[in-house]
Design a protein around this ligand. Structure first.
Ligand SMILES: Nc1ncnc2c1ncn2[C@@H]1O[C@H](COP(=O)(O)OP(=O)(O)OP(=O)(O)O)[C@@H](O)[C@H]1O
Ligand SMILES: [Mg+2]
Length: 451
């Protein structure tokens, strides 16, 4: 049997016919089964795209009950399978019933091998088209910046950096406060790299007890320690050919930092309790919300490791430093989660927008996400208010601004909103804001707004 021949499963209890069909499909890898259970076992094991199924199977060789039951189970187990049912000579009704149940096509005995070959080859063709289609849809679902919203300058810059570094193999260090989207960006690096078809394996260095972290990273052999009942691969090895995401790298214990460094230098691992060196090809992306320089100064983080993991560093700005960011993200989240709870909400009140922009967002995008979700549940009107978001203008959490800052923010926001309303038409924006076109251009320059 060869690997590249198309796999065909023939379910037929008549041994003579079985043989004949096998011979007829000698360009295929033919699997045979004479009963329902054999057929299902073959299906589970080999996943043939096409099945030829005799409806008259024992113990109901004269009827179609067993054949129909087999058809149903095949389609439940592997709905994409193309099943061609084979019926007795004058049994068109049952053939139609089978098609109604989901069979791809039917064929009436006696067997004319040319016709049957044609039907089978069409079924393979159809299956492969559907498969291609499915793969295409999947590829489209994994757009480079899946679900990531970046409208303000600083985040757009971050995305540009990701686009540039992703195709290279350099190690990337992503810095940013908690909830700023570091993991989302790490995934974007992977999805835009040549490794996108490999695995993205994430490990949270802060969440795993120190004693377990080494085995979690590098794996262990059976019997390496009490409880190591079987050989287990570590995350590094699992990521072979893909991307290894070391989250919260700043929390990695010093002893393990040394081991990680050794791996990054030699690109081989040794499982805990193992003796052989195993080469592993991974791209490393790290993230932390800790100040690594400070940790280095306190001798809590190895400088040599820092240099290894930070061939390129990407700093994600906190949400409060992304002008208009909270507003845009909040609207996107409203669209995303809006339908989930009760009545849909149409938008945010002016007060809510002001509060969103004024709040300091210590928990960044994650906090915003939580507040919007809560508001969607709590809000009673059609618009979400500052109160629904549990934010109040001038209340706790709101930052204090000086007058100049308030003016800058207000102007910047007004320009952005006017541009949005006029669909980026400069003349109309200027008109709307009551300034001349040159003044508008100056202001846009000053505030770094591009249209
Ligand atoms: N730019 C963005 N657009 C849309 N959603 C975002 C964006 N940034 C973050 N999110 C969402 O916010 C949440 C937090 O993001 P993520 O887990 O990537 O942050 P993080 O920086 O890794 O946080 P932590 O430091 O707490 O681990 C996720 O649900 C993510 O989908
Ligand atoms: Mg994270």
């Amino acid at each position: 049997m060869s690997e590249d021949k198309p796999r065909l499963l023939i379910v037929e209890d008549d041994l003579g016919l079985q043989k004949q069909l096998k011979w007829c499909f000698d360009e295929h890898e033919v699997l045979v089964a004479a009963t329902r259970s054999e057929a299902l076992a073959q299906l589970r094991r080999f996943e043939p795209p096409v099945v030829l199924l005799d409806l008259g199977l024992p113990p109901d060789a004269e009827g179609v009950g067993e054949g129909m039951a087999t058809l149903k189970e095949i389609l439940e187990l592997a709905p994409q399978t193309k099943v061609i049912v084979v019926t007795g000579n004058h049994d068109r009704d049952n053939a139609m019933r089978a098609v109604a149940l989901g069979a791809y096509d039917f064929y009436q005995k006696p067997v004319d091998t040319d016709v049957l070959r044609l039907i089978v080859s069409r079924a393979f063709h159809m299956h492969s088209l559907e498969e291609q289609n499915r793969q295409l849809r999947e590829a489209q679902a994994h757009t480079p910046f899946e679900g990531l919203i970046a409208t303000d300058e600083s985040m757009v810059r971050v995305c540009r950096m990701v686009e540039k570094v992703a195709p290279t193999d350099v190690s990337v260090l992503i810095l940013g406060e908690s909830g700023t989207g570091k993991e989302l960006l790490a995934r974007a690096v992977h999805n835009q790299s040549g490794r996108r078809n490999g695995k993205f394996v994430a490990i949270n260095c802060a969440a795993i007890p120190e004693q377990l972290l080494e085995s979690e990273l590098f794996g262990h052999e059976k019997g390496a320690f009490t409880g190591a009942v079987k050989q287990t691969l570590g995350k590094v090895e699992l990521a072979d050919g893909g991307t290894l995401f070391l989250d919260e790298i700043g929390d990695m214990p010093l002893a393990l930092q040394a081991k990680l460094l050794r791996f990054l230098q030699g690109r081989v691992i040794e499982r805990v309790g193992g003796r052989e060196e195993i080469p592993v090809d991974v791209r490393v992306v790290c993230a932390t919300n800790k100040d690594l320089q400070a940790l280095i100064a306190e001798q809590q983080f190895r400088q040599d490791l820092y240099f290894r993991i930070s061939e390129v560093t990407i700093t994600v700005p906190p949400l409060r430093d992304r002008p208009g960011g909270a507003t845009v993200l909040a609207h996107a989240m409203l669209r995303k989660f809006g339908g989930a709870h009760g009545r849909p909400k149409r938008g945010f009140t002016e007060g809510a927008i002001a509060a969103l922009e004024a709040y300091a967002w210590p928990g960044n995008v994650r906090e915003l996400e939580n507040r919007v979700k809560t508001a969607l549940i709590m809000a009673e009107g059609t618009m979400i208010t500052a109160e629904d978001l549990n934010l109040s203008e001038g209340g706790e959490g709101t930052r204090l601004f000086n007058l100049k800052e308030v003016r800058t923010r207000a102007e910047r926001q007004a320009i952005r909103q006017a541009l949005a309303v006029t669909d980026n038409n400069i003349s109309r924006t200027a008109e709307l804001l009551g300034v001349s076109r040159p003044t508008l251009y100056d202001m846009m320059d000053k505030y770094g707004i591009r249209n």
